[in-house]
Design a protein around this ligand. Structure first.
Ligand code: ZN
Length: 182
């Protein structure tokens, strides 16, 4: 952040009085610009034995497969965000949502939340952010072509839990990718 969204003047970084963290502060209008994690909400859309995945038409990770998910908007619930993203990315309608994975991604200040969900019908197609939308059996999941680790983790949990027919809520975190040693 370089400029104040309130008054347009340049901002500086400092620890405000009574705070413990570095913030963007506007010395002109005194606004403290707090930045907090973003929530990404999505679904595991299920049809019988199959799961619906979308191939991304946008960066990041263009061309890779993902569960339908995206940033939560102001004024909606996490569940509403998950349903909306499923509709936007896969033109798919889902019901019977159950919260399933809550995965912290602290190094990029995000929290990813996925719901298990039942597809209402097979009337789906790629939304504007998707190249393809397809149902996959477990054996056909393109594990090496998944867009995000939280998606891979959620799918791993899902297929493992399905064998037991028990789906506990999974709270996990994803560490930063380590650079290979030189
Ligand atoms: Zn300002």
């Amino acid at each position: 952040m370089n400029f104040c969204s309130q008054c347009g003047k340049p901002v500086t970084q400092r620890i405000p009085e009574g705070d413990a963290r570095l913030r963007h502060v506007c010395e002109h209008c005194q606004t403290i610009h707090y930045q907090n994690p973003n929530i990404v909400a999505g679904t595991v859309p299920v049809w019988g034995e199959q799961v619906l995945l979308c191939r991304r038409a946008i960066e990041p990770r263009l061309g890779y497969w993902t569960l339908p998910a995206g940033f939560m908007e102001n004024g909606e619930t996490v569940e509403q965000a998950a349903v909306r993203e499923t509709l936007e990315e896969a033109c798919a309608r889902v019901r019977d949502l159950n919260i399933y994975t809550l995965i912290d991604v602290p190094h990029i200040s995000q929290v990813h939340i996925f719901y298990r969900a039942e597809l209402i019908d097979l009337d789906f197609q790629p939304g504007i952010e998707s190249l393809e939308v397809q149902l996959f059996d477990e054996a056909d999941i393109p594990w090496s072509e998944l867009a995000f680790r939280t998606v891979g983790r959620t799918l791993e949990c899902f297929f493992a839990d399905r064998r037991q027919q028990v789906f506990p809520v999974r709270s996990e975190s994803v560490p930063p990718l380590t650079q290979p040693a030189k």
